[in-house]
Design a protein around this ligand. Structure first.
Ligand code: ATP
Ligand code: PRP
Ligand code: MG
Length: 285
């Protein structure tokens, strides 16, 4: 039987969350330390542990069928790789930063300047779009140190919390792109492996939807149910069950994680009691 070949970062910021989400969709992988390839026990899948930066070429060449990879790396390397699912972790930006004391009033201030980066193609595209000529210094890591050691006037690198910029006395002045971990697919994937990928994607979607949602249970007096239902739309409509206590009901619903505290405040205001909020492992619409 042919197996779907999926690339995952060998080690680094994407590795743990990638393995976690595969585990949450019920795929268990024999992960011997230092193994570069492993098979899933209960799904037709082989995992290849690779460097993030090498993965786009493996996708283009069809060496792997799919990958969990940072969107920013796909953009940097180019090629006909499509993204089939955004995975909601490793969110970051690729930004331009300059020393805190530098005057910056717009992209024109980059004209003729030296820019250090590990993302030359992303920077070149941005500069071309704005008709700016600058000198690129391509370095592989610790990019934020470049202005302090006199190597560059500006940098382009990943920004997440902003603490690396802060520690190096830099300020973010332009956001070139926003990125998160994605499931990407090779243009060479076979029809058979595409069918397996669709199955895997379906499972991922149910986990991602579950992560965004909370299951809420509460008790409320019957005369308040309508107002409470207006706050709790649920997947379709909430489930209402009578309580042994006369004139009261138990109401069950699903809410978006982001609306959580606002919804809870509204529920309390409308007389809800005994509110329970539970995580959801999977959700299939
Ligand atoms: N500080 C951060 N916060 C959130 N996401 C990040 C951060 N830094 C990097 N990322 C995301 O995680 C991906 C992997 O980053 P990491 O630093 O582990 O690997 P790398 O050095 O780019 O790649 P390689 O595997 O080739 O060594 C990046 O491409 C980016 O999408
Ligand atoms: O805005 P922050 O939250 O500070 O994150 C940004 C930093 O994180 C990444 O570096 P990483 O720690 O992966 O080290 P690396 O340069 O060795 O890849 C990135 O290259 C930035 O330096
Ligand atoms: Mg890094």
């Amino acid at each position: 039987m042919t197996k779907l070949r999926i690339a995952v970062q060998k080690s680094g910021r994407l590795h743990d969350d990638s393995m976690k989400i595969l585990n949450e969709i019920g795929i268990s992988i024999d992960n011997g330390k230092d193994q570069l390839k492993a098979s899933a026990k209960n799904f037709p899948l082989e995992v290849f542990y690779l460097r993030n930066g090498d993965i786009p070429q493996y996708l283009i060449d069809g060496v792997v069928d799919a990958a969990i990879i940072g969107e920013n790396v796909l953009i940097e390397k180019g090629g006909a790789i499509s993204i089939v699912e955004k995975l909601g972790f490793s969110s970051c930006k690729v930004s331009i930063a300059v020393p805190k004391s530098a005057k910056y009033s717009g992209v024109q201030d980059l004209e003729g300047k030296r820019i250090a980066t590990s993302y030359p193609n992303t920077v070149k595209q941005f500069l071309e779009k704005h008709n700016i000529n600058a000198h690129l210094h391509i370095i592989n890591g610790s990019v934020e140190i470049a202005p302090n050691i006199g190597l560059a006037d500006a940098i382009v690198d990943i920004v997440s919390s902003g603490s690396t910029l802060f520690k190096n006395g830099l300020k973010e002045v332009e956001v070139l792109l926003k990125s998160e971990a994605v499931l990407a697919v090779s243009p060479m994937i076979s029809a058979k492996n595409k069918a397996t990928l669709d199955k895997l994607q379906f499972r991922l979607q149910s986990v991602l939807l579950g992560r965004q949602s909370k299951y809420v249970l509460l008790n409320a007096p019957n005369e308040k149910l309508e107002e409470i239902m207006a706050i709790l739309p649920g997947m379709n409509s909430p489930t209402i069950l009578p309580l042994a206590r006369e004139g009261w009901s138990s109401l069950h619903s699903v809410i978006n994680k982001n609306d959580f505290w606002e919804v809870i405040d509204g529920l309390k205001k409308h007389g809800a009691e005994g509110i329970l909020v539970c995580p959801i492992e999977n959700m299939v619409l």
